[in-house]
Design a protein around this ligand. Structure first.
Ligand code: ADP
Ligand code: MG
Length: 323
């Protein structure tokens, strides 16, 4: 199939007048009009075969996940996603694969009002890069550098299910069938917390999405805000399957497992009621898991306490491509 037919058939959809798309797929660049008063939030993420997903992974789930991980960055910024670009490198164009991939991608895009406005299609080892652009009022964006000592630390949803799903897919652990299905869904079909991110405007002091592990990602907030954290391990909300896993596996999944795409955010103690209202209005579970502290020399930036108030001696590390 010629490249242009492929692009037209699988990746070109009409966009409505309210989409802000003056010119979409088909020219040298898309022309986009952000809403008056908003700034652009732009972000990109790549999925590489053998690194981010197994060879032979289901195409529809890949299409979903490639966009979902990018939308999750918009959620963590408190931005409303509007447009996406898709750079696709394929070993060979297969109609069935492209049909499923674009279905997964475009279904999630439609659900969140995102328009695919361009991209690039090349031959090579399977790799998927998505760029997403969204809008946010300047000053309302949820940055990483706003956490202050005394703030609460919160997470959305449940943490650790995706890591169990990954361990099971690798054959490292065995899960009961129902647990395996749920954890595989968490791994393969993450749901970006866009509504919660938007509802946290003026409520959260800092936010990040959990892609590389809770401690690793919280660590970015601590670094950028120049603060430390105390975490209560027993308060971290987990998938029910964690209770049936070994303590070591559960700890690694919750503290260092990536791929959950939940939000980790901080907010002033005085904002507790507003955090809970944001959670209720978006039907999202949120849980307070600890507090932001001042940094002190000779102490680690992040201390995780067990149920008896004793610091965990060794903390598992999150994912780092170059470590
Ligand atoms: P150029 O040579 O100018 O880079 P291309 O031939 O790569 O143009 O792409 C032609 C048009 O199709 C462009 O508008 C581009 O944005 C769009 N496009 C290419 N690949 C994709 C894709 N996978 N999904 C969506 N749009 C795409
Ligand atoms: Mg091109």
């Amino acid at each position: 199939m010629p490249e242009f037919d492929l692009i037209r058939r699988y990746f070109t959809r009409p966009s409505s007048a309210s989409s802000g798309v003056l010119l979409g797929v088909g020219d040298d660049a898309a022309l986009l009009r952000p809403r008056a008063g908003c700034v652009l939030a732009a972000s990109t993420d790549t999925l590489v075969e053998g690194v981010h997903f197994f060879a032979g992974a289901e195409a529809q789930a890949l299409g979903h996940k490639a966009l979902a991980v990018n939308l999750s960055d918009m959620a963590a910024m408190g931005a409303a996603p509007r447009w996406a670009l898709l750079a696709l490198t394929l070993p060979r164009p297969q109609a069935r694969w492209l049909q499923s991939f674009s279905r997964g991608f475009l279904a999630l895009a439609r659900r969140h009002g995102v328009h695919l406005v361009g991209g690039d299609t090349t031959r090579g080892p399977l790799s998927i890069t998505v760029q997403v652009m969204g809008e946010v009022m300047p000053g309302a964006a949820l940055r990483r550098d706003g956490a202050r000592p005394g703030d609460d630390i919160w997470v959305s949803g449940e943490i650790g299910g995706a890591a169990l799903g990954l361990a099971a897919a690798r054959g490292r652990i065995k899960l009961a069938p129902a647990d395996a299905r749920r954890c595989a869904l968490r791994l393969n079909r993450p749901q970006p917390r866009l509504a919660l991110g938007a509802a946290l405007h003026g409520v959260a002091s800092a936010a990040i999405d959990i892609s590389d592990g809770l401690l690793a990602d919280l660590g970015h907030i601590l670094e950028r805000s120049r603060v430390a954290a105390h975490i209560e391990y027993a308060d971290i909300p987990g998938d029910a399957a964690l209770a049936r896993a070994s303590a070591t596996a559960a700890r690694a999944a919750q503290l260092a497992g990536g791929d959950d795409y939940e939000l980790c955010f901080t907010a002033r103690r005085a904002a507790r009621a507003r955090v809970l209202a944001a959670a209720r209005s978006t039907r999202t579970r949120v849980t307070r898991i600890g507090s932001i502290e001042a940094r002190s020399r000779g102490w680690p930036d992040c201390v995780v306490f067990d149920a008896d108030g004793v610091p965990l001696p060794q903390l598992p590390k999150g994912y780092d491509h170059f470590r």
